[in-house]
Ligand binder design. Structure first.
Ligand code: ZN
Ligand code: FE
Length: 760
């Protein structure tokens, strides 16, 4: 029996070898018809015997190319056309604004085999790629995704490449970045005044320099890296000094999965994450100590090679574990333009391995870890961006500009929320410029005019993102409170926009409704209906404003002042430095002292009491230190950290009282209890408080889910303890998986809440 149908496939299906794949399976099943790239995906018409059509549809779903990601397949009966064979038809030239841009892809096994095959025309060619692999987002200048609109436009194809490009049976059919050694770009090495040309020679020389302990700047997919031998302490130390990066851990790129296993404990899920298409940096327990790589930290950040160049470097004898850190000076965005890299990295790098293909936009490495409920993305960038992570019920274009730290932005077009790559901390001028560039870039890519936009920003009047959001010339503006955005980010990615939940948002800082500094907030409500704040950490003082976040003892001053008796802390075992006394005096005179409910500062206080009395050198350092310390202890009883729900007039003003918690921490420290046990008991107390709050409020407010978000929930030990407490509970826990629980997820939450704002 004959049958005809039309099929629409949506998702990431363009530029990933989807049409040749359809062509192949249609022919194998003796079907006639055609396939073409349409505005919002791929359109297919097939006709033939019913059995063949069924088989075709099954294979379409089951065997789709690795780089594709299907969100929907719609099949509808169609008229017979009498087509005689199957063809790939030319596409209408206008791309719809919601055409998905593929993230960058790691080099595929077949290209790797050709790269290593002396008989192959692309043997040893660092820009080898095909429709299954290679650059995408990092080379696209504008849509539609055609070679002329990429940074490969300057290299006309030679005959061989042009033939493969036009051949529907080839793996390189319409592979926009296709190139070979004859017609494509090359790498070269600059060192001292010398320039080494020829891909193989340049790469071999770079590998030799790395073996000798030198620091090499390497141009990758989305920017420059600084690399050195991770096992050579002196090289790592030199890199730290030259980069002004005191203690923040360096990520490593290792030759193979085997090397990764030697360096860290990898669970099967960690290995899946490490080898996933995004090839993120994966955090895992270290098995070895590499001096200077991750000081005072029990974890290592590891990634596998993902470009042909990386593989060639290791084959050429580069050390099997390389520090691979974003090329920038501390806290500046990653360098991605050649001149900029030379200017900024001279004095840091001993040599530059430079590729000729320009990078269209900076895309840093992503960072992730395996969590109990799935992967936790700590920095969402290369391999993930600019994928759509949520569908929102709005037809108006909407731009959410995020928070000032760990910034990423979200653009919503036709109800699709596209989250940008990680941009960074907007405090530096360069980062602010990168943020503005990213906004312009996404708007022009999706053909949205600024004056059509609803722009959503944080409620903080002094955020740079707020100030600049008001200069974009948007149609309308909306401010969204920070911690509500954290909770909404989780619900948006889980498509639970109407669900009534209890939301627990713990982080360092966010501007509150009452103009105090929030960071320990509990809400009830939904994205659709809004969130009511029903409880919070007991208020303490933040002495000296932002400086308190850099000095744990200063944070401690504002919290310990809340105790009935202020303990003596400048003597053993506490030995608080002079800064503590100064902070107390500031507090006395109420100078630059603010009210806060920050759980992040409560962690800093505990860290200070257990020995972290020096200033921190990167954000979150004291809390990470405390977590590592706690991991050295087995389970212990939780310290008391009572939740008191408001009654009568104080209905809806529940409070988590940290005073008994800190009193116990101080007493146990004084008694000489091992600090690791105290740190563990502190973590257990926070976990138990989350359970108490969730159980009580879910019951009294009729909710089934507790949603956790905010930077504090990056703490893996805390999440483990929470998971154990909820194992048999009727309340279910929901956390971030597509966007970070830290401020990198804020823009998605802003967008979700704004999608329900009354139309203006
Ligand atoms: Zn390939
Ligand atoms: Fe936050």
């Amino acid at each position: 029996m004959a049958n005809a149908c039309s099929v629409r496939v949506r998702g990431v299906v363009q530029g990933v070898g989807f049409r040749p794949f359809v062509y192949r399976i249609a022919r194998e099943n003796s079907l006639a018809g055609w396939v073409l790239n349409a505005g919002d995906g791929v359109e297919i018409h097939v006709e033939g015997s019913e059995g063949s059509v069924d088989l075709f549809l099954r294979e379409l779903f089951a065997d789709a190319p690795a780089a594709s990601s299907i969100t929907a397949i719609d099949v509808a009966p169609a008229e017979h056309t009498g087509a005689q064979d199957f063809s790939i038809r030319a596409s209408p030239s206008v791309a719809s604004p919601t055409t998905r841009i593929s993230p960058d892809l790691p080099v595929c096994p077949r290209c790797l085999a050709e790269l290593a095959d002396p008989g192959d025309p692309r043997f040893g060619y660092p820009y080898i790629n095909c429709t299954d692999c290679g650059p995408r987002y990092s080379i696209i200048e504008k849509l539609p995704y055609d070679r002329a609109n990429t940074t490969m436009a300057a290299w006309p194809m030679d005959e061989r490449c042009a033939e493969e490009y036009a051949d529907a049976t080839s793996r390189r059919f319409h592979a926009q970045p296709i190139a070979c050694p004859t017609c494509g770009p090359h790498y070269l090495l600059e060192t001292g005044g010398e320039v080494v040309r020829g891909d193989a020679r340049a790469i071999e020389r770079a590998a030799a320099l790395l073996r000798d302990g030198e620091i090499v700047a390497i141009k990758g997919l989305g920017g420059y890296h600084l690399a050195c031998d991770a096992r050579r302490g002196s090289a790592v130390q030199a890199l730290r000094e030259r980069k002004f990066r005191k203690e923040k851990p360096f990520a490593l790129m290792v030759r193979s999965l085997e090397v990764a296993r030697e360096l860290a404990d990898l669970s099967p899920n960690a290995e899946l994450l490490l080898t996933s298409q995004a090839r993120p940096i994966v955090l895992a327990r270290a098995r070895v100590t590499l001096p200077g790589v991750a000081p005072d930290n029990g974890e290592l950040g590891l990634m596998l090679p993902y470009t042909p160049l990386h593989h060639m470097l290791f084959s050429a004898g580069a050390p099997e574990a390389l520090v691979m850190t974003s090329a920038n000076r501390s806290s500046e965005p990653i360098a991605y333009e050649d001149d900029d890299a030379r200017e900024h990295l001279t004095g840091i790098a001993d040599a530059f391995l430079v590729g000729e293909r320009p990078i269209a936009r900076r895309v840093e490495d992503s960072v992730a870890r395996v969590g109990l409920w799935g992967p936790v993305i700590l920095r969402r960038s290369r391999g993930y961006a600019p994928g759509a992570v949520a569908a929102l019920p709005t037809s108006r274009p909407l731009l959410a500009v995020g928070a000032d730290l760990k910034n990423a932005i979200t653009l919503v077009v036709d109800g699709q929320a596209f989250v940008s790559q990680h941009i960074g901390d907007l405090e530096s001028w360069d980062a602010l410029r990168a943020w503005q560039e990213t906004i312009r870039d996404l708007l022009s890519m999706y053909q949205v005019r600024a004056d059509e936009l609803l722009v959503v920003h944080d409620a903080h009047p002094e955020y740079r993102s707020t100030a600049h959001a008001n200069e974009l010339g948007a149609r309308a503006h909306l401010a969204v409170q920070h911690h509500r955005a954290h909770i909404a980010s989780v619900l948006a990615e889980h498509a639970l926009l109407e669900e009534r939940v209890v939301g627990v948002s713990f982080d360092g800082t966010g501007y509150g409704d009452d103009a105090t500094i929030w960071g320990g907030e509990v809400f009830v409500g939904s994205v659709a209906g809004g969130f009511e704040r029903v409880a919070h950490l007991r208020q303490a003082d933040l002495v000296g404003g932002d400086a308190a976040a850099r000095h744990p003892v200063q944070a401690a001053a504002g919290f310990l002042r809340q105790l009935h008796v202020l303990p003596a802390l400048t003597s053993p075992p506490f030995d608080f430095p002079r800064r503590f006394g100064q902070a107390l005096r500031l507090h006395e005179s109420r100078t630059r002292t603010f009210r806060t409910t920050s759980v992040g500062r409560l962690f800093d206080t505990a860290a200070a009491l257990l020995g972290f009395t020096r200033p921190i050198t990167f954000e979150g350092q004291a809390a990470i230190w405390l977590e590592q310390l706690a991991r050295e202890s087995g389970p212990v009883a939780a310290y008391p950290f009572p939740f008191v729900d408001g009654e009568g007039e104080r209905q809806g003003e529940g409070e988590l009282d940290f005073r008994p918690l800190l009193v116990h921490v101080i007493e146990d420290r004084r008694r000489g209890r091992p600090v690791s046990e105290i740190a563990r008991g502190f973590h257990s107390a926070i976990a138990a408080a989350v359970r108490d709050v969730a159980q009580h409020l879910c019951e009294s407010r009729d909710a089934r889910w507790v949603v956790l978000s905010g930077g504090v929930f990056q703490n893996a030990l805390l999440l483990e303890e929470i998971a154990a407490l909820f194992e048999h509970a009727s309340v279910r826990v929901l956390t971030n998986h597509a966007v970070p629980p830290n401020d990198g997820g804020i823009s998605l939450g802003q967008a979700a809440l704004a999608a329900f704002a009354p139309a203006d």
